[in-house]
Design a protein around this ligand. Structure first.
Ligand SMILES: [Mg+2]
Length: 259
C-alpha cells in the first residue's frame, strides 16, 4: 500500500496525452452504443471535476477574522499571502505550502483552531458555492452525455449537508443534469466511509449499463473501482489527493486537466 508520489511512481499509466485519453473515452462511449449497450461514465466531484481550493480559501479568510485567530499573529500574517495555488488537500498541506510547519508550537495550535473552524463549514451547502469547475470539465461531460452516456456523479459528499448545493453548482456550471440520463450518488449520511460508499455504487452501475470510464483523484477509490470493473478505463485526475494508502496498479489512465 503506497501513498501519493510513491503510489504514482509504482503505478503504470498508459502513455497518452490528456486529449488522447478523453478522445478514447468518447470513442468507447460510441462503441458501447453501437453494441446496443448503455455506456456509463462515472465521475467524482471534489478535486476531479471541481477545484475546492476556493472553498477552503474562503473559510481560512473568515477564520483569520475570528477572535481565536488573534492568538496566532505570526500564522495570520503568513496566511494573508494565501492564494488558491497554496491550498493542498489538507490544512496541514496548505500551511506547509506557506512554510508554516506544525513542529512550531504556534503553527500547531493555529492548525487545530483553523481545522475545527474549517470542519464546521467545508462540508456544507453554503460554502460549496465557492467551488469552481476545472476548465474543460463541463464541456467534456456534456460531450460524452451528448454521445449517449449515462453520467453518474459519485461523490463522498453527504445528501443532508451538501446535496442541494451540489445540484445548484452542477446546473450553474453547465454540467449535464437530467432526471433520466444523469445520476448523483451522495452518501446518505455524513461520516460514512467514502471508500465503502464508492464500492457500494457498483451494483447501481451494473444495473444501469456498461461502465466505460471512471474519473477520480483519490488513488484508493480509483483502484477499488478498477478492481470491480477491470474492463473499463480508469482515469486518475492528478490534482490533489489525501495521504490514504492505495495498492499500486497498472493499466490506468492519467490526466492533469480536462483541457
Ligand atoms: Mg475527489
Amino acid at each position: 500500500m503506497l501513498i501519493r508520489s510513491d503510489w504514482k511512481n509504482a503505478s503504470q499509466f498508459h502513455d497518452l496525452s490528456e486529449v488522447e485519453v478523453l478522445r478514447e473515452v468518447a470513442r468507447r462511449v460510441g462503441e458501447a452504443k453501437s453494441r446496443s449497450q448503455k455506456p456509463i461514465v462515472l465521475l467524482d466531484l471534489d478535486s476531479t471535476l471541481y477545484e475546492v481550493a476556493p472553498r477552503t480559501h474562503q473559510i481560512l479568510v473568515e477564520w483569520m477574522d475570528t477572535p481565536e485567530a488573534r492568538e496566532f499573529p505570526m500564522v495570520v500574517r503568513e496566511l494573508r499571502r494565501l492564494e488558491h495555488a497554496h491550498v493542498g488537500y489538507s490544512l496541514k498541506d496548505t500551511f506547509g505550502a506557506l512554510g508554516l510547519s506544525a513542529s512550531n508550537g504556534e503553527v500547531d495550535s493555529a492548525l487545530k483552531s483553523a481545522k475545527a473552524f474549517w470542519l464546521g463549514r467545508f462540508f456544507t451547502n453554503e460554502y460549496l458555492r465557492h467551488d469552481r469547475a476545472y476548465p474543460g470539465a463541463a464541456p467534456f461531460v456534456r460531450e460524452v452525455h451528448g454521445l449517449g452516456a449515462l453520467v453518474v456523479y459519485l461523490t463522498g459528499r453527504d445528501a443532508p449537508g451538501m446535496g442541494d448545493g451540489t445540484v445548484e453548482n452542477l446546473v450553474r456550471d453547465g454540467f449535464p443534469w437530467e432526471p433520466a440520463t444523469t445520476h448523483l450518488l451522495l452518501k446518505p449520511a455524513y461520516g460514512l466511509p467514502d471508500l465503502d460508499h464508492k464500492k457500494g455504487a457498483a451494483d447501481f452501475i451494473r444495473s444501469r449499463g456498461e461502465l466505460v470510464a471512471s474519473f477520480e483523484n483519490e488513488p484508493a477509490n480509483l483502484v477499488a473501482i478498477y478492481e470491480i470493473f477491470p474492463e473499463a478505463m480508469h482515469v486518475f485526475v492528478e490534482t490533489v489527493s489525501s495521504d490514504h494508502a492505495a495498492p499500486a496498479a497498472s493499466g490506468l489512465y492519467r490526466i492533469r486537466s480536462f483541457e
